[in-house]
Write a protein that binds this ligand. Structure first.
Ligand code: ACO
Length: 379
């Protein structure tokens, strides 16, 4: 059976940095002290007006292809984990697919909220292990800021925007060791954006017909999620370690979902992994939902925390309620990989990707027009 190895990685966060003090300046009844001490978050990145989820996802994906030395045309499947897609349809993955020029790839979105990236990684690995795909691009990208009520101090200080991506490739050597996914829909109301789907529909002005209740905003029972998350992430981590034949001391790096430093520390304590083996960057980005783990992975690699042969444990929780964990043996040399692009090079490459997509669109229009002319002539 082929193994699924991570051979490329990339991340992108918007340039706008919003520090905790900004909320105080906005008139919110909070403080830098409260936010930093209760969550570990000091700042987050938020998108500008015209930045959609696919824009972030494309930039992270281009970096992942670059570090892998891979061509978009060789990708078999693209999975974008997101709960904030550009549109209800088509999938954000399809938009990423055309912008990358991944002309052979299937494309689909996966919504498991903050657990989405680990769900998608497990799904992509399964495609490779079954022999149905050789290369799968897995992206976690979210812009939860578009669903935040900036007057609700319980939620708006917690989240940030961003994207991360990895390229999975079939290999004879071990890569993804094992994974677990779970859900308990009885807790669906504990973390929810009620409007925009079929239960509470948008009206013709594009707004929910129950906007007065703020149903377009993310609503959360923070303390209940907190308690559940520390238990569930620990359980999922233990399950996946057991399935992978790993003891806590054999885990070289633990990358949990970056929602709250206290949840991260409590989970690590429960699982028995010492703090020096835990990676956290929640202080800089807040909770970026499905993007949090791949962004943390990229920063751990950049910080020299990942080397060939390492056992890495990923664990996440989110709306659903959902949870997932996955263990991976790192199979590629990090030193030999190209460094991520400079912002200018990334900007140029992103523009070129957009031009290539526009050319393909034009090409299809011309062919459709020729086809209809030919049919008219035949009639
Ligand atoms: N500034 C000041 N006070 C605040 C703020 C704030 N930004 N936010 C909440 N408070 C207040 C509350 O109003 C409450 O006040 P009250 O007691 O007068 O009613 C009080 O703080 C609550 O305090 P604590 O019980 O100490 O809060 P807690 O330690 O539970 O921390 C937090 C709250 C940070 C929300 C925590 O519960 C948490 O992180 N929960 C998990 C949230 C999470 O991870 N969600 C993401 C899931 S992933 C996904 O799928 C999107």
């Amino acid at each position: 059976m082929p193994h699924a190895q991570i051979v490329g990685w990339g991340m992108y966060v918007p340039s706008r940095v919003v520090a905790n003090d900004s909320f105080v300046k906005m008139g919110l009844d909070t403080s830098n002290e409260w936010i930093a001490s209760r969550t570990g978050i000091e700042e987050r990145r938020l998108v500008g007006k015209n930045e959609a989820t696919s824009d972030l996802a494309v930039k992270a994906s281009l970096q992942a292809l670059h570090t892998a030395g891979a061509h978009a045309g060789d990708i078999d499947l693209i999975i974008v984990a997101t709960c904030t897609p550009d549109h209800v349809m088509p999938s954000t993955a399809s938009l990423v697919q055309t912008r990358l020029g991944a002309t052979r790839a299937g494309a689909m979105d996966l919504n498991a909220a903050c657990s989405g990236f680990v769900y998608a990684l497990a799904t992509g690995a399964g495609q490779i292990e079954s022999g149905r795909a050789k290369q799968v691009l897995v992206v976690g990208a979210d812009e939860l800021s578009i669903h935040l009520d900036w007057k609700d101090r319980n939620t708006c200080v917690l989240f940030g925007d961003g994207a991360g991506a990895v390229l999975l490739r079939a290999s004879q050597e071990a890569g993804v060791l094992s994974s677990t996914m779970g859900s308990d829909g009885s807790g669906a109301d504990l973390l929810i954006i009620p409007a925009g789907g079929s239960r509470i529909r948008a009206n013709h002005n594009g707004k929910s017909n129950r906007n007065a209740n703020g149903d377009q905003y993310l609503k959360m029972n923070g303390p209940q999620i907190f308690r559940w998350a520390t238990q569930m992430m620990a359980k999922a981590s233990e399950d996946v370690m057991a399935a992978s034949g790993l003891k806590p001391e054999q885990v070289d790096l633990f990358i949990p979902h970056q929602a709250n430093l206290r949840i991260i520390e409590a989970t690590a304590r429960r699982v028995g992994i010492p703090s020096q083996k835990v990676f956290s960057n929640v202080g800089h980005y807040g909770n970026t939902s499905a993007a949090s783990i791949p962004i943390a992975l990229c920063e751990a690699i950049a910080a020299g925390r990942v080397k060939r042969g390492d056992n890495i444990l990923l664990s996440s929780f989110g709306a659903g309620l959902s949870w997932a964990a996955l263990a991976v043996r790192w199979g590629v040399s990090v030193q030999a990989r190209p460094t991520p692009w400079s912002p200018l090079r990334l900007q140029i490459e992103t523009r070129m990707a957009a031009v290539r997509s526009a050319l393909r669109k034009q090409n299809r229009r011309v062919r459709t027009s020729i086809d209809s002319t030919l049919h008219r002539d035949q009639d």
